[in-house]
Design a protein around this ligand. Structure first.
Ligand code: DAH
Length: 350
């Protein structure tokens, strides 16, 4: 019985739009005939209403009246927008150039990524690129990840094609970090190498304010004769000051990454409270911003670089995190939702 679907009809009417109609006036007339015409849906329903048992009449009657009012209101709305459009087309000169003022703006992640690239290019780093769909060899094996390292696990990695036997280097996957580009660069270039590698990475994570399955990293690699940890530290101090202001301090904490030895994580003094302790730095005065270390000799050798002659340092940072700290963005999802109220807050930053 169609009467039961009245609420669906009301919704259908309310959702109706003129937008796609080729001939708007004809569309409105067809719409009227469909719902309010002599043999239209609503009069058909009123006919059916006569057979409704008395105890349901009140409720059904009210719903039917709402349906009729909704259809009439929609037709009024359509008519006035058709009229308005007609007036506009009579008064406006279609040969005039369109309004150029509403140009888009760069996304905050591009802004921050470009800023990072800029800072490193001032001290001689060039930019390198690698594929987002990678193989196990470049993302894990050549970076000294043991075969049973948890990062290779299905829970972290999106596999495109997985070999039946566990973790063969031929597995095809979405890269989980940009560190694999280091390997591609070392395969193609001889030292001295000084590159940064920005790009998108993927991890099989549930989406929340603090985690996302897609994000961006910037990787850095410096390989030459006699590169030391002091070079790493000075380079990163320079970066932190350029990025977060001259007063910024850094601290390096020992850490572990399979591809660097020794490895460290770098914190900067909290740029919100100046190191006194606030809710952003959770009262510690420090914010963790990147991982780094001296390139493990195994990694150099695997990529054909003599580790007795050359040494190097590497680092990797998350662009979303960098932007969060710089602009106090609290929710990772905002980056990907394309909400203009968010995007427009950055349109003055070039
Ligand atoms: N690839 C690491 C990650 O995704 C970050 C990283 C740490 C990169 C240390 C490096 C490094 O180059 O040396 O968490």
């Amino acid at each position: 019985m169609k009467l039961n679907n009245i609420e669906d009809f009301i919704r259908e009417i309310q959702m109706a739009s003129l937008e796609k109609a080729m001939d708007r006036a004809a569309f409105v007339e067809q719409f009227r005939i469909k719902y309010l015409g002599k043999k239209g849906l609503i009069s058909e329903l009123f006919e059916e209403f006569k057979t409704v048992p008395n105890e349901q009449k009140k409720e059904m009657g009210q719903a039917l009246n709402r349906l009729k009012t909704a259809a009439q209101a929609k037709i009024e709305e359509f008519k006035s927008s058709v009229e308005k459009l007609e007036q506009q087309s009579q008064t406006s000169d279609l040969t005039l150039p369109t309004d150029y003022s509403a140009v888009g703006s760069r996304h905050v992640l591009s802004v921050v990524m470009n800023e990072i690239i800029d800072i490193f290019s001032r001290i001689g780093f060039t930019v390198a690129d690698g594929p987002e769909i990678e193989d196990d060899y470049h993302v894990f094996t050549a970076l000294n990840f043991a075969l049973d390292h948890p990062a290779r696990d299905m829970q972290d990695t999106f596999f495109v094609e997985k070999e039946p036997s566990v973790n063969k280097p031929t597995d095809v996957l979405l890269r989980t970090h940009t560190s694999g580009v280091q390997v591609r660069v070392m395969e193609q270039q001889k030292p001295p190498i000084r590159v940064i590698m920005p790009g998108r990475v993927f991890r099989n994570e549930a989406i929340s304010a603090r985690a996302h399955c897609i994000f961006h990293q910037v990787e850095g690699l410096y390989v030459d004769k006699k590169v030391t940890f002091a070079d790493l530290k000075q380079t990163l101090l320079y970066f932190a000051k350029e990025m977060f202001g001259e007063q910024t301090q850094i601290r390096l904490r020992p850490s572990y990454f399979p591809f660097t030895e020794p490895s460290a994580e770098m914190d900067i003094s909290c740029n919100i409270c100046g190191g006194k302790g606030c809710n952003i730095c959770k009262g510690t005065g420090w914010l963790e911003i990147l991982g780094c270390g001296m390139v493990d000799p195994n990694v150099l050798e695997t990529s054909g670089i003599d580790s007795k002659e050359y040494s190097g340092f590497a680092f990797g940072m998350g662009v979303e995190r960098m932007a969060m700290l710089k602009y106090q963005i609290r929710d990772l999802r905002l980056y990907f939702e394309n909400d203009l109220r968010f995007l427009r807050q950055f349109d003055t930053i070039v």
